[in-house]
Design a binder for this molecule. Sequence first.
Ligand SMILES: *[C@@H]1O[C@H](CO)[C@@H](O)[C@H](O)[C@H]1NC(C)=O
Ligand SMILES: *[C@@H]1O[C@H](CO)[C@@H](O)[C@H](O)[C@H]1NC(C)=O
Ligand SMILES: *[C@@H]1O[C@H](CO)[C@@H](O)[C@H](O)[C@H]1NC(C)=O
Ligand SMILES: *[C@@H]1O[C@H](CO)[C@@H](O)[C@H](O)[C@H]1NC(C)=O
Ligand SMILES: *[C@@H]1O[C@H](CO)[C@@H](O)[C@H](O)[C@H]1NC(C)=O
Ligand SMILES: *[C@@H]1O[C@H](CO)[C@@H](O)[C@H](O)[C@H]1NC(C)=O
Length: 371
Amino acid sequence: MYHIHELLFLVAAFQPCLAFPKLSLDHLWSRRATEVAANNDSTFFWLAQDEYSGKTFFDDFTFYTFGDPTHGTVTYVNQTYAFENQLAYVQDDGIVIMKGDDTTWLPEGQNRSSVRISSNTLYNTGLFILDLNQAPWGCGVWPAFWTVGLDNWPFLGEIDIIEGVHDNEHNQVTWHTGPGCTLSLESNYTGTVVASNGVPNTDCDGNANGNAGCGITEWSKASYGPFFQEQGGGVFAMKWDETGIAIYSFYRSAIPQDITAGSPNPDNWGTPSASLAPATCDPLTNFVNHSIVFDITFCGDWAGNSYATSGCPGSCSTHLMDPTNFVNASWSINSLKVFKKQFINGQVSAAYSLHVPLYSLFVMLVFFAVL
Ligand SMILES: *[C@@H]1O[C@H](CO)[C@@H](O)[C@H](O)[C@H]1NC(C)=O
Ligand SMILES: *[C@@H]1O[C@H](CO)[C@@H](O)[C@H](O)[C@H]1NC(C)=O
Ligand SMILES: *[C@@H]1O[C@H](CO)[C@@H](O)[C@H](O)[C@H]1NC(C)=O
Ligand SMILES: *[C@@H]1O[C@H](CO)[C@@H](O)[C@H](O)[C@H]1NC(C)=O
Ligand SMILES: *[C@@H]1O[C@H](CO)[C@@H](O)[C@H](O)[C@H]1NC(C)=O
Ligand SMILES: *[C@@H]1O[C@H](CO)[C@@H](O)[C@H](O)[C@H]1NC(C)=O
């Protein structure tokens, strides 16, 4: 027996297919398996939208070459320089590398060269899935994988998905917004809210509390730094939709099968590491037109100010002189995929069905004939 929703799903599924010539029928059938019923008698699935990987990874990113707003002792280099000096490249096996300079001795106080890139595509909601082998780490190192509204910070929001300093083990997720957005202490996440002066800081206002934003430290000891790398890295996923913003992290052996198969379904992933609930922070008005950013900075507001209490040797500025201290200050990325939420309404309109192409109708007929 066919339920009406299955039929509607199939009709709708072929429409976006046209914009995706590479999409195979195999994908459609596996997507059908991830169809999710929403409360509202409507259904949706996560449709592949953009993939950044392999030789074309850098094509849709722009190298940022301005000063570091977080006061790192860093020079962000342009694309030509990064490619020529092997600070950004794609290996023959398709793995994407971005790194800080680990070959040049510097006088004390001089900027170390590094990379910061921003996606040219801007996003308003989506499911972002980063598969990586390593996030940069080491004394004095401060990397981040994040999304941000490019104008008028912090009013268009910032979502820090991977961020840490030194040899930290626990990843820290942080949101920065305009006023009026708070992090709920109710525990729909496995991590711990970052405290300032012993009090959990739930105010996400980017201009309050010394620009701290509201953050959650991940529970997993293998979510950042050397332990994450020893696990072979893994996957970080950020789900941003009208139900809030949730971050999930999985070290390699724990990556859910639906992610590996290319049909991610966050409903199968359990409690997120960190989440921002819509009741206390509207995910659609506080986060707008986000670019995806990767960067690696050194010292500065976080890695510099925390250096003395980090257990790292010497001072951040002397540590920065020796290139061999930065051999692990490197992103190693397998892929970054962005999916968009595709709703299928509970009603079918004649006008809509007229738009279903003949080829799709043919495939549907074959499908039903087979059943
Ligand atoms: C149900 O979905 C419709 C159409 O997408 C939307 O207009 C309506 O607000 C939704 N109702 C609820 C309770 O979410
Ligand atoms: C380091 O870079 C910053 C911008 O990020 C710049 O203002 C500063 O002059 C640079 N310092 C040196 C010593 O070049
Ligand atoms: C890139 O940076 C290098 C080193 O600072 C500079 O010499 C070169 O002119 C820059 N190239 C472009 C295209 O901006
Ligand atoms: C936590 O999750 C439960 C179940 O999904 C939901 O009812 C509740 O509203 C959530 N709490 C917050 C603060 O989002
Ligand atoms: C987001 O981008 C769109 C398209 O460029 C623009 O029209 C809109 O004003 C932007 N929204 C905000 C809040 O800046
Ligand atoms: C780099 O990583 C290797 C392997 O984990 C470790 O043995 C080494 O101490 C690290 N070096 C630095 C400078 O962090």
